[in-house]
Design a protein. Structure first.
Lengths: 243, 393
């Protein structure tokens, strides 16, 4: 479970996030939804203990991110928005590197990598160097890398960016698999339609503030419209001028 | 500790697979010894050739001046007798390519010599030719002039006239830069190459592991691993140092094999650099390589983009060569305070080891200690940079 309480972070005079609070439960997929520059990445960075919030707290797996950053880092799997894999290493080597940094080694690690390669259907390109991988292949490697230590909490930053239909479907199956395995999945997106098939709960964030938290079903009722895109625009307080 | 080893291993494998890094790391250490040894050998060969080898030229009309020809042969001139058929242009002897320097002695030389009259000799050569023809023609002209002068002096003395009367000025040339000294100037570039390689060897790694990692988007996931920033930074600096060390080893091996090939003993210079001395040079460079790795990493971490880092570091790797210029221009003697300056101390110590001079243990110790302390401070600075949120750019 991820519990975020009144997180605020300022970069210079810009309030990147302002009193952000929400709850992401285990066995559920939570979407952090918002337009570009809403504060989604900043929130995820604070949760991954890469940057410190100015105020507020965030608990992951019972650990506070600022107080015990390494315990938090060990219990989350993070996938950044541009996959960020090493082009001169093979898919397997990319995964192994992060496995070792997570403290895994030996046969246990190799076994785990093999399982992930099968699970994510990476067999055909597992031992090829990542240079020249398609976007879908890169996302799979980045995902396997994030999951190598079998984390119970998974943070995905815009995971569907640049994916084609089949790759998006594959990702959806993986995310639902994680949910079935009891994980708490939190992912960010700026595309409402994607979220519909992927998530159970939605946190809408705009201008650094939370505009809505709740289930997908409840979202339509609160916004007063059956159209999800319309609901998103209404709740995010967007106008044509802003978009 | 294990995270440090993991990062070090990954950065080494990653960069071993990058052709650009490999070229920039090892090109200088491979080519440096070849260029220096080749250059020195070439200069010395030319210098020694001037002294030892016989001056060759072709001669038309040797029967007209047997005494002169015999004297020239004694002066270590190798003379090839050739014929010039009547009515042909003497230039053809050279333009045909058969001869490069031809001396023409006219038929009437003996008669005119006896009568005390002046005779014109002609030297035919092609000054645009790349070889040694011009030099040999000049030398031949000089030796003929001095022969003529000697005859003239004798004639005046026979007649009771002071020969100084016809030569009010005698020019004496003092060429300070002998060819051998030019070869020595090339030799003094050896420490320069050694210092340069310590900085060049880690050049691309320092950029790739810092700014490069950020630009490829892999820094953020790396920083979200449960690993201390100290381990990450140490691993990255260590990888930079490993490449610089490998590059330095290659360079020193090249000099160890190459320098004995230079015929320095022929100019009376003993350059007998033992294996032990090369080993000492390698050891005394280790603190400087740490210093270089940390310095490059710190500066590259500050750069916003790969290109910006390249620009900064290109300037930076020139800095360690400044002390060499300083010592060469000022002609300073090594003193203790110089040992405290990274790269200045090492350059002076390398010179001592190359010329087999006694090296003070205190100087060695001070150089190693001071450079290590500064390297540790720079490493600390790099860790500080990685602990800042701004590292994500």
């Amino acid at each position: 479970m991820i519990r975020v309480d009144n997180l605020s972070k300022q970069f210079g005079s810009v309030h990147a996030i302002d009193n952000v609070s929400f709850l992401a439960e285990d066995r559920r997929v939570t979407a952090l939804l918002g337009p570009n520059g809403a504060g989604k990445s900043t929130t995820l960075r604070v949760l991954a203990a890469v940057i410190r919030a100015d105020s507020g707290s965030a608990m992951i797996n019972g650990h506070e991110v600022h107080a015990a950053p390494d315990l938090v880092r060990a219990s989350i799997g993070v996938m950044p928005h541009n996959s960020g894999i090493y082009a001169r290493l093979s898919a397997r080597e990319n995964i192994r590197y992060f496995g070792r940094l997570q403290g895994l080694s030996g046969d246990g690690l190799e076994q785990r990598i093999d399982n992930l390669i099968d699970q994510l259907e990476m067999r055909p390109f597992a031992d090829r160097r990542a240079k020249g991988f398609s976007q879908g292949q890169k996302v799979k490697v980045a995902l396997a890398r994030a999951l190598v230590h079998d984390p119970k909490h998974v943070l995905l930053d815009e995971p569907t960016n640049g994916l084609d239909v089949m790759a998006t479907r594959a990702l959806r199956d993986i995310v639902h698999g994680l949910r079935a395995a009891g994980c708490c999945v939190l992912f960010s997106s700026h595309i409402m339609q994607e979220v519909e098939n992927l998530c159970d709960d939605v946190v809408i964030i705009a201008g650094g503030r939370v505009r809505y938290t709740g289930t997908l079903g409840n979202l339509r009722a609160v916004a007063g419209t059956p159209d999800l895109e319309e609901a998103f625009v209404t709740l995010a307080g967007l106008t044509q001028a802003q978009t | 500790m294990s995270a440090f080893v993991t990062v070090l291993g990954k950065e080494c494998i990653d960069n071993l697979r990058d052709r650009r890094t490999l070229i920039s790391t090892f090109a200088l250490s491979l080519l440096g010894p070849i260029i220096l040894v080749g250059l020195m050998s070439f200069i010395l060969d030319r210098a020694l050739g001037e002294q030892d080898d016989a001056i060759t030229f072709s001669l038309v009309g040797s029967e007209n001046a047997p005494a002169l020809v015999a004297w020239l042969r004694e002066q270590n001139y190798a003379i090839k007798d050739i014929e010039l058929r009547d009515g042909t242009d003497p230039r053809a002897l050279v333009t045909s390519g058969d001869n490069d320097v031809v001396l023409l002695i006219p038929k009437n030389f003996a008669k005119r010599f006896g009568a005390g009259q002046m005779t014109t000799f002609t030297i035919v050569y092609d000054s645009s030719e790349m070889g040694s023809a011009s030099r040999r023609a000049n030398q031949l002209e000089r030796v003929l002039n001095s022969y003529a002068r000697a005859i003239g002096v004798l004639r005046l003395q026979v007649r009771g006239i002071d020969p100084q009367l016809i030569q009010p000025i005698l020019v004496n040339e003092l060429d300070v830069a002998s060819s051998a000294e030019r070869a020595l100037a090339v030799l003094s570039m050896v420490p320069y190459f050694i210092l340069l390689v310590a900085f060049m060897g880690g050049f691309y790694l320092a950029i790739d592991t810092t700014t490069g990692e950020r630009e490829h988007g892999s820094l953020e996931p790396l920083l979200s691993q449960p690993v201390s920033r100290v381990s990450l930074v140490l691993g990255k600096i260590a990888a930079t140092c490993v490449f610089a060390l490998a590059s330095l080893l290659l360079l020193l091996f090249g000099f160890y094999v190459g320098l004995p090939l230079v015929p320095l003993e022929r100019i009376g210079l003993a350059l007998d650099v033992s294996f032990a001395n090369f080993l000492m040079i390698f050891l005394l460079m280790i603190p400087l390589i740490w210093f270089a790795g940390a310095l490059l990493t710190v500066v590259a971490s500050f750069a916003k983009t790969y290109k910006e880092a390249q620009t900064y570091l290109s300037f930076l790797i020139m800095v360690p060569t400044l002390p060499i210029l300083f010592t060469q221009l000022m002609g300073v003697e090594a003193s203790l305070w110089m040992m405290l300056v990274p790269s200045l101390g090492q350059s002076l110590l390398i010179q001592d080891f190359l010329t087999n001079e006694a090296v003070s243990g205190i100087n060695l110790f001070c150089s190693a200690l001071s450079t290590s302390i500064l390297a540790a401070l720079l490493t600390r600075a790099a860790t500080w940079i990685y602990n800042r949120e701004q590292i994500l750019g």
